[in-house]
Design a protein around this ligand. Sequence first.
Ligand code: ARG
Length: 583
Amino acid sequence: MRNVKKEIAELLAAQVESLTAEDIEKLIEIPADPKMGDYAFPCFRLAKVMRKAPQMIAADIAKAIEPNALFEKVEQVNAYVNMFIDKQEFARLTLSAVCEQGAAYGNTEGGKGKTVVVEYSSPNIAKPFHIGHIRSTVIGASIAKLYEAIGCKVVRLNHLGDYGTQFGKMIVAYRKWGNKEDVEREPIKTLLSYYVKFHEEAEKDPSLEDEARETFTKLEHGAPEETALWQWFRSESLKEFSRVYDMLDIHFDSYNGESFYSDKMPAVLEELKEKGLLQESQGAQIVDLEPYGMTPALVTKSDGSSLYITRDLAAAMYRKKTYDFDKCIYVVASQQNLHFQQWFKILELMGYDWAKDCVHVPFGLVSLEEGTMSTRQGRVVFLEDVLKRAVEKTREIIEEKGVNTDNMEETAKIVGIGAVIFQELSNYRIKDYTFSWDKVLNFDGETGPYVQYTHARAASVLRASAGSAQAGTDPELVEGAIKAFDISNMDLRYICGDAGYELVKLLYRFPEVVADAADKYEPSVVTRHIVDIAQAYNKFYHDERILVDNEDEKNAKLLLTYAAKQAIANGLALLMMKAPEKM
Ligand code: ARG
């Protein structure tokens, strides 16, 4: 797509000796008041170099620039050069790009040739996959899509929490009180109940703790019986997680979790020792991070067993070797900030310059209206239950509202699950938020259902345009006809009124917004933008008649309708959401 800001910067650069087009591009502003033009160039910075009042500089530049097809007017106001864009040309270049790129509209190439590893979800096996896990899962999956959209090769990893002393406890508990059928029927709830029981019993009989420790050591040394049990817990848990991942349409290239790195740990410890970074402290091994204002990092325990942080070091080294990443993104709760700061620093101290390419993307807490969750006390809300309930509630609402759909089940699923994801990705990730059913499923608020409904509304306009004879026509046919319009010769004044042009501007910005979201690791930037597009389309729909008799007018408005629909669908896809044709 043509980059309007860049074109302006080049025009300006021809008049300004002391700045390059790139410098100018960075300085260009978008005035809040449209009377001040679409873009404005402030001349304050030039005043020093040119030893002239900024107003005068702006006046000279404005005089020197020749308006062209795209820039109908250039004006000086105070220290600014204000540029006015020809609305029809701007609409033309925007809508041409949407038609040409279709489902790829929004994609750019800034990340071409780069490999990005995104690690997300990473639940602990044999523990509930609860509503809290939705955050890393959904934010991470969206970030992966954003990086693909800017042209990167993306590797998706699930760093399963499948290792640690708790598996010693689980094995002991299973042997004492467990039962195979229960585990197979309901793996996680059952395994969790063993874990809870273990803690209750260990209060009375502390020797259980020793037994668990010994059992874990056996597991660490590869004892066959313990390994087989652990394998089984792992695969049963993964089956349950996979059900949820399928519901969310979220997938991974690898489920290599913490256990995968257990045999890679001795080499890491050896290297730390060689590089003089290890210190003894009460039988345990630590890396002193005090000079960097952090508490020491414990890398092995006094019994020699390895730790979470050591596995992260081993994992990072393995990933660098395996994927040769340009960036490795960790989507993990902000409670683990210190953990990541610590081991990023250790990598740096080990002399790995790529430590700077490891990025922790933190996020805040999700709480429930009913209060906080507690695994130990059994106050958990399973993510699977939330998703199922969302689908059920959506079905009720659809029935009540008499929503138009060919496939109730499918629509309830797309809208219900989408609603949960959308709410999750609506706020800045770092903010804590409270999960609220009312907010999630509100069809009129700034919600997933609202945006999906707007998409379906645009689809229905396009269907209607094909005439009643073809009602129910395949959307690809209807849209194919629109994409075949000769846009360069269309009269687009009909979509350059207030409502239409507002929408055009949002559509133009969509690719920038996607790239910006990737840059900030912030899917909510996309979420908000597609809400804006949906609101702008609905305003256009209410303010204007679309299917008018005048062919030129009708076609221009259909073109805009198609473009809005396509951009909404593309935005939803970046949030792992589907865009229904009917709703
Ligand atoms: N399994 C961990 C947890 O549930 C999250 C893992 C985060 N990733 C990492 N590389 N440390 O808290």
